[in-house]
Design a protein around this ligand. Structure first.
Ligand code: NAG
Ligand code: NAG
Ligand code: NAG
Ligand code: NAG
Ligand code: NAG
Ligand code: NAG
Ligand code: NAG
Ligand code: NAG
Ligand code: NAG
Length: 686
């Protein structure tokens, strides 16, 4: 173990020094246009859309450059605004430039491989005597990124005395703090280079306290919010910078299921999911607990039964009352019939259309309950905790037959006939995806997709990489070592360490801590946070950002990041006493809307991550958490040393997580699932 860990510690230390963040001159993250650009040679991610590309083409043609070598150099220079790293090439954080920094003579430069051509000389040599209409190289344009107003025709030698004059103005080299343009698209490995965010700026857009947020599947600016008691609301999400609050009317819920739901500290409506085709079929699902003594239809098979080696009569005082009194249920509802089409529906009837899943709970806690649809496979994922009771006394989480302590994956689009359901011993109306892991390991329950969880509290797919499924699993103060998790391939059962974690003692101030899983931040709003996985802790008023280096490696480092509330927040944030840190109170969960903006659902309200400049980017950080708060432009590069500092923090973390097993007390962990099979880890520590 020592060996493996020291290997990746070293890798982290030798991070590629010139790691740049892709960022456009307008401080947005580059995007992939629907079709390739016709003029500029940027396919895939770029900072131009087709109409900007067309503008560049017109501008280029208007220059009327007769010499083809010069024309091609000028074309590449114009097109550099489309480069995914254009913010850096045009140095947007200092004065704006009309042309990118052209790679200059590089003799002796430390990173000569990156600026391996003297593009500034090339440009001078090929264009010095060529007439250019509205030349971008006019000295008057230096430090004014504009097209000249007056048509003027000039050659470089009219504008500059010599090559050295010219290159003094436009040249530069690639070093650890900047990159230069060599006539080709920048070839930095973006994949290696997403630096962790240094903080997030929040605004408060709602006062309500919710457990779940799910974007409306029709792609609109609406989202569903639900609370633990069993109500779901349909809300509109205001545009960023609109200064508006979210549109929600608590007195008219979308649906009210409180009659069916048993509510108590760790019981209630834990999850909701909307069918990917909800806009057409109106199907939605709720996951909640019920009390079989109070609700008819609440009875199901107890999770403690002879198939899993559990004797219900032995549950004794650990049981949550009469045998499996409380149940976990997933029910299907419909928004049909309340509007001309389901997408327009603003309410739904609380009438169960179909029972998807029912299972009796042996103990009174840890029953997860989040549900969501896989973005690629359309299957319903149900997160189940180990059922509670300290230390999982029956080791349900590792029991290959029990559905406790598992992620369950079922198909709700194809419902088998009742005989088939009985024959297969299913827990409700669903069918089994053929590639569930049981297909490789016959000992596994048919529904099981991942095992070994204690209480998964919020899992999410990375919207840009649906094979990335991150789950936060709440830790406990006493927990046995876990045996390995599984894989879709039975031959390669393999365990990995949790990818992230923190010791409760680090943050413990209320005597308790519980991780709340979040999202990979994929919005364009805050380019500095793009690609970081944000998560929090229920009690701690802390937010972490995890970054993966290199990308797709599963090697994560994590940083406790500062956050503050924008002075322009539509609803004023209250602060932690004696600090300017917003008082979030309990962080219940995170949400993501259709724009991929990330929301934090807390006891005190709904917060949205906004662009850093709204928190006065560049200014001092909130005093209590330390670390600089970035301005958008400063997120581009981590210099050699800045980078090391940050990684160092995460590094101790990652290493500590593995090395100090048994010493550090309790951990909350996040596991990583790759490949839509599972590569699961849920080590927890005593
Ligand atoms: C473009 O250049 C050619 C000579 O290369 C010249 O004949 C023509 O008038 C120019 N067009 C414009 C619009 O200046
Ligand atoms: C355009 O040309 C006119 C006359 O040559 C001059 O007075 C004016 O200042 C020029 N405008 C710009 C923006 O250069
Ligand atoms: C570019 O190189 C020339 C020599 O070829 C040098 O005089 C000039 O200072 C350099 N400019 C920059 C900005 O590095
Ligand atoms: C970019 O990544 C590839 C593999 O993905 C690697 O071979 C190459 O060395 C990397 N280049 C740089 C400049 O890091
Ligand atoms: C939220 O609560 C604050 C403080 O109680 C109040 O001033 C504000 O009007 C509320 N805003 C909304 C949108 O309900
Ligand atoms: C809702 O309407 C859609 C489209 O008309 C239909 O396919 C679906 O079966 C309906 N669902 C229910 C529960 O009636
Ligand atoms: C299937 O759904 C129907 C309708 O809700 C319900 O009566 C039945 O019990 C369900 N089957 C199972 C196995 O849950
Ligand atoms: C899971 O199984 C696949 C197929 O055998 C294998 O390629 C992959 O490396 C395995 N992953 C882990 C984490 O064991
Ligand atoms: C971390 O990355 C290295 C290579 O970058 C790789 O060999 C190792 O398996 C990774 N560890 C995990 C847990 O993915």
């Amino acid at each position: 173990m020592d060996k493996i860990l020291s290997v990746f510690c070293v890798l982290l230390l030798f991070l590629y020094p010139s790691s740049a963040l892709p960022l456009c001159t307008d401080l947005r993250a580059p995007t992939t246009p629907k079709s390739n650009l016709a003029f500029c040679p940027y396919n895939g991610k770029s900072c131009c859309n087709p109409s900007e590309d067309l503008e560049l083409q017109k501008r280029f043609q208007a220059m009327n450059i007769s010499d083809s070598t010069c024309a091609s150099a000028v074309k590449s220079i114009l097109c550099a605004t489309c480069d995914p790293f254009s913010a850096e090439l045009f140095k947007v954080k200092s004065e704006p430039r009309p042309v990118p920094i052209l790679c200059n003579s590089t003799a002796g430069a430390p990173l000569s491989s990156l600026s391996d051509n003297d593009f500034c000389s090339t440009t001078w040599n090929s264009c010095q005597n060529v007439m250019i209409l509205n030349s971008p190289f006019a000295p008057s344009l230096q430090s004014k990124a504009q097209v000249p107003q007056n048509a003027s025709i000039s050659k470089l030698t009219d504008l500059w005395q010599s090559k050295s004059d010219f290159c003094n103005a436009f040249g530069g080299v690639t070093d650890e703090i900047s990159i230069c343009f060599n006539g080709e698209p920048v070839s930095l490995n973006e994949t290696n280079t997403l630096p962790p965010t240094k903080g997030v700026c929040l605004e408060k857009i709602g006062n309500g306290s919710y457990l779940n947020m799910v974007a409306h599947p029709d792609g609109s600016n609406r989202a569903f919010f639900s609370n633990q008691a069993g109500k779901i609301w349909l809300a509109t999400i205001p545009d960023q910078d609109s200064g508006e609050v979210m549109g929600i009317d608590e007195s008219s819920p979308f649906v009210d299921l409180t009659d069916q739901v048993h509510l108590d500290t760790s019981f209630g409506m834990m999850g909701m999911a909307f069918h990917p085709d909800f806009a057409n079929n109106g199907r939605f699902f709720a996951s909640y607990n019920c009390d079989k003594e109070k609700s008819p239809g609440c009875g199901g098979i107890c999770a403690c039964n002879s198939d899993v080696g559990c004797d219900p009569s032995q549950l004794g005082s650990l049981d949550s009352g009469p045998h499996c009194k409380y149940q976990t249920i997933v029910s299907e509802f419909t928004a049909n019939g309340t509007a001309s089409n389901p997408s327009l529906a603003e309410t739904a009837k609380p009438l169960e259309v179909r029972r998807i899943f029912t299972m009796g709970l042996p103990f009174g806690a840890n029953h997860g309950g989040q549900i969501l649809f896989g973005p690629d496979d359309g299957y319903l994922y149900i997160m189940m905790g180990d059922g509670g009771s300290k230390g999982d006394p029956y080791n349900f989480a590792q029991n290959k037959k029990s559905l406790l302590g598992k992620i369950i994956r079922v198909d709700v689009d194809f419902i088998p006939r009742e005989e088939e359901i009985v024959k297969l011993g299913l827990w409700g109306n669903y069918s089994i995806p053929q590639d569930n892991p049981y297909s490789e390991d016959k000992e596994l329950g048919l529904e099981i997709w991942a095992l070994g969880l204690r209480n998964p509290w919020r899992c999410s797919f990375d919207s840009e990489r649906p094979s990335y499924f991150l789950c936060a699993d709440v830790g406990q103060d006493q927990y046995e070592e876990q045996t390995p998790g599984g894989n879709t391939s039975a031959n390669s059962i393999d365990s990995i360490l949790p990818i992230l974690g923190y010791s409760h003692s680090e943050i413990n101030k209320l005597g308790s801590a519980a991780i709340s899983g979040g999202y990979f931040y994929r919005a364009k709003t805050d380019p500095c946070t793009y690609g970081s996985y944000l998560y929090g802790d229920l009690y701690a008023n802390h937010i972490w950002a995890a970054s993966e280096t290199p990308q797709d490696s599963g090697n994560f480092s994590t940083t406790d990041i500062p956050f503050s509330c924008a002075p322009s927040s539509p609803i004023r944030c209250s602060s932690v006493p004696n600090s300017n840190l917003p008082a979030l109170e309990y962080i219940f969960s995170f949400g993501e809307d259709n724009r991929k903006d990330v929301f934090i659902l807390t006891q005190s309200g709904v917060y949205r991550v906004v662009r850093p400049s709204r928190c006065g980017g560049g200014g001092p950080s909130p005093a209590s958490v330390g670390g600089g708060f970035p301005s958008p432009a400063s997120c581009r590069l981590r210099s050699w040393f800045g980078g090391l500092g940050l990684v160092g923090v995460g590094l101790l973390w990652v290493c500590g997580c593995g090395l100090e097993l048994g010493e550090a007390g309790m951990f909350s962990v996040v596991g990583l699932g790759l490949d839509l099979g599972f590569r699961w880890s849920s080590t927890a520590v005593a």
